[in-house]
Design a protein around this ligand. Sequence first.
Ligand code: GLY
Length: 399
Amino acid sequence: MLTGRSPSTSSDDRARPDVAVVGAGPIGLAVAWRCAARGLRVVVHDPASGSGASAVAAGMLSPVAEAYFGERQLTALLLASAALWPTFAAELTEATGAELGYRTDGTLMVGLTGDDLAEARRLWAYQQELGLPVTPLRPTELRDHEPALAPRVRGGALAPTDHQVDPRLLVPALRTAARRAGAVLVPQPVRHLSEVDARVTVVAAGCGAAALTGLPVRPVKGQILRLRAPGGVAPGFRHVIRGYADGEPVYLVPRADGEVVLGATVEERSDTTVTAGAVQRLLRAGVDLLPELAEYDLVEAVAGLRPGTPDNAPILGPLPGRPDVLAATGHHRHGIVLTPVTADLIAGLVTTGVPDPLLAPFRPDRFDSDAPASVGAAGSGAPAGADRPDSTMEEDRWS
Ligand code: GLY
């Protein structure tokens, strides 16, 4: 247990950090901020803070629209973290003065064709079974919410409690907050955990966690576009819009400054090449749902690597046999929404030594063949997707 300044007396111990965080993306920085705010000496190692998945992330805080079949415990964690977001954002703005692009307009989920709508309705029914706030809308209601939607869009539903934040504003704000709380950022890579000297090491290195820890974190490529409304005006829609367009999953995230994030592919690849086919598919799907996008400037096409795990859930807690090394990685498609809860759970574990019960399904040892079957993120020990109603795979989901 680490509580505030170390009572150690030797000069070596006084110089030694209480916590070393490997990785200065949103997760690592938020962990560092929360630990430093508890009075711990914190060092964060990263040669290129914010250059990982968060640099391309859309910033949807969508525990409702992203509640997928077979992921109940992950959904519970997403909901817990989304509930922390308003206070987390307010504290971050108070600590730094930074605007985060935090918006509370909700997610509009839509289907372009009859088939798209049928697929969407199965998911909405599941989300409603979980008790989540999903309100199916009649076509006129849908257009009342977003008049810019294409007349062809067959139907939709509103998830009013989903929010969004701009990750490109969030990460610098977290860096400032962590520094102001006393954390020291060291712009050096860590290639082996033996290079780190601290009482506790937190590995928040995204895809890099695999090489450092041996945990099953793999890159999952996402290609994503940024468009901009002409004339410096806000986009002609205010909700996050996500849906299928002729079977193509797509999301559109409007920002107040005119930017629209249009994403994203989900590919089992580790390169960051942008391909013509992906750009074409994303643009077609986006323009089919919102025709005005055809008039927008295309300002960026990039690819990033999400840190995926075998069950799509993050890996949080001590490495097997290494109580001094805590994993905070594998957040896959949910790194931004899971930032506050991860920071609080890991900082709590660092300071008390007692794992919060929320951590139990996400322990690093759940992938060991001799680990208890009940700790899987699906809650049953079954492979991810085993309780889905059909063979729906990651690539087919609502992105
Ligand atoms: N969370 C959005 C994505 O992974 O594309």
